[in-house]
Design a protein around this ligand. Sequence first.
Ligand SMILES: [Zn+2]
Length: 275
Amino acid sequence: MKLYPLLTMLFFLLSCGSQTQPKNKQMPEKVLYEELTPTEFRERLAEAPVAYLPLGTIEWHGEHLPLGSDGLQSREFFIRLAQEAGGIVYPMLFMGPDRREIVNEEELYGMDLNYGEEADKKYYPTQKLDGSSYWIAEADFKIMMEAIMKQVSRSGFKILVAHGHGPSTGFLIDHTEEWEEKYGLKILHCWGHRDKEGMGIMVDHAAMNETSLVMALRPELVKMEYLPADTSEWPVGVGGKDPRLWASPDKGKEILAIQQERMVNLIAETLAGIK
Ligand SMILES: [Zn+2]
């Protein structure tokens, strides 16, 4: 009986120790550009001249995911990459190109437009989806991206990893050769491995892949209960495998583990190639 207070004291001391000492050691590395002092910037740049640019949008991602899902996924993934492979993460963009059409005198973008047949299980009527606020013409996006490339290069980075919103990433891929030459950068993106089976980074729209990733990266932002409970009713503005049946935090963690290992190796190889 008398042991109890002693044990309590011992546990108290042990838990105090574990909260103060290792906490400092476990402090996550600061990698967000806007949080670095010039000294911290110089140190990180010298260690690995790698910049990360999350290509975001403010765009409908189903009733269950946040409107900034694209930038949130790529930024959180890039934070992990920068902490392991080195480098600095730029603030996320929120404007991006997409298909655009005028329907009944209304300007519609991306997932607003559904060209499917009404008989298709995944059909939903074309409509202006709430909250989307991101569209920019390709010509203007090019001007913006080139201004960013110039600044990335001027700051001393040698590698730029940019990824996120599908059409923005596609646009980057189409201009990689031109921009690498013009700005003296090596430009990487995150597609290209196991994308077809849904195990890549952002390879559907608010479906199994993106929902699993947000569940793993920012679980507090996912509201599965906002989707129709009846799975015969297709969720509006969702493209891919039904997130209600296929998405899970574990799936997201599995994708992140596979892709983080691959990207860290790719960045290290690219760095070795330019040194
Ligand atoms: Zn997305």
